[in-house]
Design a protein around this ligand. Structure first.
Ligand code: B12
Ligand code: SF4
Length: 526
């Protein structure tokens, strides 16, 4: 048995027969720092689910990530028994085209469809296939191949992102990735992942020991000491997190973790424990001001975000626009609320009823879905694909852009906020006397120092007087906390200015897209 697992073909984020320019294949540039010009954080992620499957089946396998259509066809020529295609809803047409290509060029191969796109109603009549996997794929694939599904899992060793760039300058890709599990039991009505994985959490790795071992292996092979944890709510299993913390302490490691989490979990664990564990980044769903999400009930989110930043933890707060109750005033109340909490990053996402969710079912029953909008446009960063009582699709596009601009105009580039967080954390952790916190503090100092040359760019490209003041405050804070700028830092600042000038010209010309490179990975071939 041989298996090919492929993501959908590129190019991505362009208007063509299969996709749209707003559907950008970059997390931050798509939905977080998209209006921050040269300050936007740029990087790509591999299609983690495919590697997780390939690593954990016994058959020889190839993962083909970000192929061009021709590269996919060439790969089919190798004659695989199974060809798996992973796709999400907006990539429906690409998956359909790929399945046609398999039938044409590799008629003996069996087609397997997987990923969130399989929730599309009637997908079984719309795309050629032999099998469909809806939900968790590792055990499912093992069953398909006649393997024992429940044998222990191996964690793939891979970077969290690649081709990371700041001002067009390539910074290292040395953060690793961890996949503790998939799904979330909270079942928020709009949430695609919770519904896709059956409104429950399915752990891949249930103990702190397994995760610690994965970190050690990653460090040994890739040199990673920071890890992005791809799990909806990693800390929701506090026992596993505490065990991981014990092992980190016992083994004298200074691993750091970027995580997704919810306010209730932060409140129950406490910010200090998170800092101790080495959490350096959190993505937290604020969603909206109105008390409509169980996970945020009774929690002072502004205080939580302040506390996190005071402990050197970078915060991304995400909000949903165009909720049912939003009108022209209340939507701006929510935008101001989110920005007013001063997170390092803000994600604004348009409410989007995705197939499989409770929201989709509800809107479908009420006839609110605009089924004339093709799936390529169902992605939440352009226009609504449902009928909102107060906003037209065109208004939703403009308002989303205005919200991002408001965040940028008010709080400045996220880079500036991050530098502040690192310095705040460095000051706060000075209060603790134990060796682990001393290590965490030292790490904050190193990071703040490494960003210091970027101050020259922040100063030069500050886009309004208010942001210029913020940069001035930050420079003063640097001086107070870490002492005067060194000659080396000044020189590096000049180099950064050079890169930034080139990036500014690129952005001004409108050529802002970076395409991910094709990555081909073989498993168990001689
Ligand atoms: C990383 C990520 C990305 C990366 C994509 C990297 C890549 N190479 O594709 C980036 C940042 C670029 C990205 C972009 C976008 N994303 Co995205 N992304 C994610 C995220 C956060 C994690 C995915 C992941 O790796 N999970 C961990 C792995 C282990 O799980 P998994 O991928 O689900 O895979 C498992 C199963 O699904 C299944 N499986 C998956 N594929 C296959 C294939 C086969 C053959 C089989 C058998 C099984 C199988 O088995 C795997 C193991 O169990 C998810 C949210 C989430 N937490 O899952 C959103 C998510 C997948 N993205 C989503 C969306 C909408 C987008 C965007 C449109 C942006 C946006 N508006 O949010 C763009 C689209 C870009 C484009 N042009 O295609 C939605 C999809 C919704 C839907 N119903 O289709 C999600 C669910 C977020 C959300 N909650 O809305 N994304
Ligand atoms: S808490 Fe987050 S991951 Fe869990 S269901 Fe709600 S939105 Fe989804």
């Amino acid at each position: 048995m041989s298996v090919l697992l492929s993501s959908v073909f590129g190019p991505y984020g362009v208007d063509d027969a299969y996709g749209r320019k707003e559907n950008v294949m970059e997390l931050f540039h798509n939905q977080v720092t998209r209006e921050q010009g040269i300050f936007s954080f740029r990087f790509h992620h591999q299609s983690f689910g495919l590697y997780m499957i390939a690593e954990n089946i016994a058959a020889p396998a190839v993962v083909l990530d970000f192929p061009a259509e021709e590269a996919f066809v060439r790969e089919l020529g190798r004659g695989y028994d199974f060809v798996g295609i992973s796709f999400i809803v907006p990539n429906f047409l690409k998956a359909k085209r790929m399945a046609e290509l398999v039938r044409l060029h590799a008629p003996a191969s069996k087609i397997v469809l997987g990923g969130h796109g399989t929730q599309i109603p009637g997908v079984e009549h719309l795309i050629e296939h032999d099998h469909i996997c809806r939900g968790e794929g590792v055990k499912w694939f093992r069953r398909l191949l006649g393997e024992e599904p429940d044998r222990p899992l191996r964690h793939p060793v891979m970077s969290a992102g690649f081709d990371q760039r700041l001002f067009g300058f390539r910074v290292g890709d040395n953060a690793g990735s961890l996949f503790p599990g998939v799904g979330c039991p909270n079942a928020c009505r709009f949430c695609a992942t919770s519904h896709f994985f059956g409104k429950r959490y399915t752990p891949f790795f249930d103990t702190g020991q397994e995760l610690f071992d994965a970190c050690v292996e990653n460090e040994r092979r890739l040199g990673s000491r920071d890890f992005f944890v791809m799990d909806e709510n990693f800390l929701k299993r506090p026992q596993r997190a505490r065990e991981l913390l014990d092992l980190i302490e016992k083994n004298g490691k200074d691993y750091g973790f970027g995580i997704f989490t919810s306010a209730e979990t932060i409140a129950s664990l406490g910010v200090e424990l998170m800092a101790r564990l080495g959490v350096y980044f959190v993505w937290v769903g604020v969603e909206a001001q109105r008390d409509m999400f169980e996970k945020n009930r009774g929690i002072d989110l502004g205080k939580v975000i302040r506390d996190l930043r005071d402990h050197g933890i970078i915060v991304l707060a995400s909000g949903i626009l165009f909720l049912e109750h939003h009108d022209r005033e209340s939507i701006w109340d929510d935008i101001r609320y989110l920005v007013g909490m001063e997170p390092d990053f803000v994600q604004f996402m348009q409410l989007g009823p995705m197939p499989g969710t409770a929201l989709y079912r509800d809107y479908d029953e009420r006839g609110l879905l605009r089924k004339d909008v093709p799936y390529e446009e169902w992605h939440g960063q352009h226009r609504l694909w449902f009928r909102h009582p107060d906003f037209t699709p065109e208004e939703s596009e403009q308002l989303l852009r205005d919200a991002f601009r408001y965040d940028f105009d008010t709080l400045g580039p996220s880079l500036l906020r991050i530098c502040n967080t690192l310095l705040r954390g460095y000051e706060t952790l000075g209060r603790y006397r134990d060796p682990l916190m001393a290590k965490r503090r030292e790490r904050l100092r190193r990071q703040a120092t490494s960003y210091r040359p970027a101050l020259a760019v922040l100063r030069h490209y500050a886009h309004n007087d208010h942001v210029r003041d913020l940069v001035r405050d930050l420079e003063a804070r640097y001086g107070r906390v870490l002492g005067p700028t060194t000659t080396g830092q000044r020189l590096l600042g000049l180099v950064a200015r050079g890169y930034a000038a080139r990036e500014a010209a690129r952005v001004a010309s409108g050529r802002t897209m970076y395409q991910p490179k094709t990555i081909r990975t073989q498993y168990r071939y001689a």
